[in-house]
Design a binder for this molecule. Structure first.
Ligand code: NAI
Length: 668
């Protein structure tokens, strides 16, 4: 063995007494194994050594295993993606990595990937270059290609290797959805060859696989038939339809380019080798991918803001078992906590428990896990569990005096160091805290409806809020796998503050005669998940009116909104608002899109939201523009491929300035 291999930083390489080479990936000073420049360089040295040793008959095989407890290879190192700005920079980056994986594939001894934990993106491409893949059945072992979520496709020959290893259906679905598969699912579609029950069995199984020279089975006849031209055409059409039902090609081109490539060249590994790079390079250099990578980093930024890592809450108590309180308690239980639920009305607790059961069944599936979750969701009408709780959340009616009274009685029995929070949507934290003995200890935890779906929770701090409590609140939010955003206690906080004026502008346009369908379509075309008029109906027109009053932006009395609310037409919940609602869906009239400039209209509508986001940063309601962008994307669904409202605005301004410069240059 060369001396260089003793100096590796991210890998360990040893050959055991039986002649099996073990390459252990364990990135220095990182919790995650990702494939960046140095790990690739060191992997190159390992492969060179293994190649020589194999040629000399000194090793029987090579096993790639991880030194981390929860990840094998979590993907390429996304931090290094930013160095690739142009098509040729991308190609220069890919080439050595592709060559290295080919070298692994061509080793003359058996090469085994022994997988425990995450095996994603570039990690799965690496595993597919090995001859045999063994994975543990552990819950945390997940395999997948999340590339489309970053606006790209696999680029290290993962497209062709997965299609020719697992067959087109399984491989394409995995790449197109970006889903993380459990190891048993990955095995059933052919991405994994063998399963073992635990991490402890992995080495033994890998040893056996090397000694008996195991290799992945070749594709079955049926899968081979699916690679033929007529079948590919059929499959590609189906995939295009399914993908188009979820995302638009002009917003998210990556999955559509992948389908085109599969349809044209799916049966030829040779053509796919060159085409994959031809498709990958422009996608990677595109603005869409840069923005989606930004969104990924923003979600990491929110996690990093999570606050006090020493605070490890295990028990939560929720007062108010209505729509929000019931769902918050259920979500905490899904995340592994114990939750006690209090309400004046015991029937509300029971209803919340029944709703929770549905969520548990969907999320936890196994009866045993659902039963255990139900046991952790405790009905506590008298608040007996308050003294045991690490976090107490009040989610009762939005009436200041009632909230003050209930919170001051909770304060008397809570334990020292516990977090006391209100889920208020509109009241000032300072006002609610007035009746408390220790007012600085109250914070807001503003969840969004529906709780199980919305990733963001605003952590609201008042003027004098205790920083330690705010940090603990953020740590709790991260503990239940949501993204915490610290926001100052100001009307509308962040999300409602930016959404409400945008909805009001749309409502005003509607009142001036523009069809709801046109307004909504313009916002969808911009990339919003739902149009502003439909969203108003979903949220409830009474609630919109209330938020409008708080932010002092209500339309004048006697307008459309006022008229609808006064006649009890509150939107989806009453079956009639701006739209008529049938079976939970708005009844929309057709219109001719050619009669309208939807692109311009979408930009005009969103301008209000963008300007408001900038104001929120200027007023220091959130710490900086990146955090505001993160909050607006995760709280409102603002078109992720545009990178956030403030980022989008800055890019627009830069583009205009560049164009001006170019024009001036041209006219000189
Ligand atoms: P809800 O009306 O569905 O539930 C309120 C519950 O509190 C009811 O079950 C009621 O019986 C109970 N309650 C009232 N007074 C009580 C008391 N003194 N002690 C114990 N229980 C009491 O209301 P919802 O929609 O769940 O809202 C709760 C809080 O969450 C409000 O502050 C609201 O502003 C806020 N919020 C609501 C959102 C929504 O979309 N509905 C979104 C974000 C925050």
């Amino acid at each position: 063995m060369t001396a260089k291999l003793n100096k590796l930083k991210d890998w360990r390489y040893v050959v055991d007494a039986e002649g099996i080479a073990w390459a252990t990936f364990d990135r220095q000073n990182e919790s995650m194994n990702t494939l960046g420049k140095r790990p690739f360089e060191e992997l190159g040295q390992i492969v060179e050594e293994a190649e020589n040793a194999a040629n000399l008959g000194e090793i029987l095989g090579l096993v790639f295993i991880s030194g981390k407890h929860n990840n094998w290879v979590a993907g390429a190192d996304i931090r290094e993606f930013e160095q690739m700005k142009t098509d040729s920079e991308v190609r220069n980056f890919l080439e050595p990595a592709i060559t290295l994986l080919n070298q692994i594939e061509n080793l003359r001894v058996p090469v085994v990937a022994a997988i425990h934990g995450y095996c994603l993106g570039g990690g799965l491409e690496f595993a597919l270059a090995c001859h045999y893949r063994i994975a543990t059945r552990a819950d945390g072992t997940r395999l997948g290609f999340p590339e489309v979520k970053l606006g790209i496709i696999p680029g290290l020959h993962g497209t062709l290797r997965s299609i020719h290893t697992a067959g087109p259906m399984g491989a394409m679905t995995t790449m197109l959805t970006g889903r993380m598969l459990r190891s048993n699912v990955a095995k059933s579609i052919g991405l994994v060859d063998q399963l073992v029950s635990t991490e402890h069995n992995l080495r033994w199984a890998a040893r056996k696989a090397v000694l008996s020279g195991r290799k992945s089975k070749p594709l079955s006849l049926v899968k081979k038939l699916m690679l033929l031209k007529p079948a590919r055409k059929l499959l590609a059409n189906q995939m295009r339809k399914q993908t188009a039902a979820k995302v638009r090609e002009d917003h998210y081109p990556a999955p559509f380019r992948l389908i085109d490539m599969f349809e044209k060249y799916g049966d030829s590994k040779k053509r796919m080798r060159t085409e994959e790079t031809n498709v990958f390079a422009p996608l990677m250099a595109s603005e869409t991918s840069r923005n989606l990578r930004r969104v990924f980093k923003l979600s990491e930024l929110l996690k990093a803001e999570a606050g006090d890592k020493r605070f490890k809450p295990a028990r939560v108590h929720v007062v108010g078992a209505g729509l929000m309180g019931g769902d918050i308690a259920a979500w905490c239980v899904v995340s592994g906590m114990e939750a006690s639920l209090q309400d004046l009305d015991p029937q509300q607790i029971e209803k919340a428990r029944q709703r929770a059961k549905k969520l548990f069944k969907k999320r936890l599936r196994k009866k045993q896990a659902v039963d255990a979750a139900m046991a952790r969701l405790i009905a506590d009408p008298d608040g007996k569990h308050i003294p045991r709780a690490d976090v107490i959340i009040e989610a009762i009616v939005e009436v200041l005096e009632v909230k003050q009274k209930v919170l001051s009685s909770i304060e008397k029995s809570m334990k020292p160091g516990a977090v006391l929070a209100t889920n208020t949507s509109s009241l000032k934290i300072e006002d609610i805290a007035k009746g408390l003995k220790n007012p600085v200890e109250l914070i807001g935890l503003h969840f969004f409806n529906p709780v199980a779906k919305m990733p963001l929770v605003e952590v609201i701090h008042g003027k004098d809020s205790d920083i330690e409590t705010v940090n603990k609140g953020a740590a709790f939010v991260a503990r239940i796998k949501k993204s915490p955003l610290k926001v100052a206690s100001a009307p509308g906080f962040l999300v409602n503050r930016v959404l409400a004026p945008y909805m009001m502008v749309a409502i005003a346009r509607h009142q001036d005669g523009m069809k709801a369908e046109v307004l909504d379509q313009a916002a969808l075309d911009f990339g919003m998940p739902m149009g502003p008029i439909e969203l108003s109906d979903v949220v409830g027109l009474d609630i919109i009116t209330n938020v409008g009053k708080i932010l002092e932006i209500s339309p004048p009395d006697g307008g459309d909104l006022d008229r609808l609310v006064s006649s009890g037409k509150l939107g989806k919940k009453t079956g009639q608002g701006f739209y008529k609602w049938r079976d939970g869906k708005p009844v929309k009239e057709e219109f001719d899109p050619d009669d309208h400039d939807l692109d311009q209209l979408g930009r005009e509508l969103l301008r209000t939201l963008i300007d408001e986001s900038r104001k929120v940063v200027r007023e220091k309601i959130v710490k900086n523009a990146d955090l505001a962008d993160a909050g607006v994307i995760f709280g409102t669904g603002f078109a992720p491929f545009r990178g956030g409202p403030i980022h989008y605005d800055r890019s627009l301004k830069k583009k205009t300035a560049d164009e001006k410069k170019n024009d001036m240059g041209a006219s000189e």
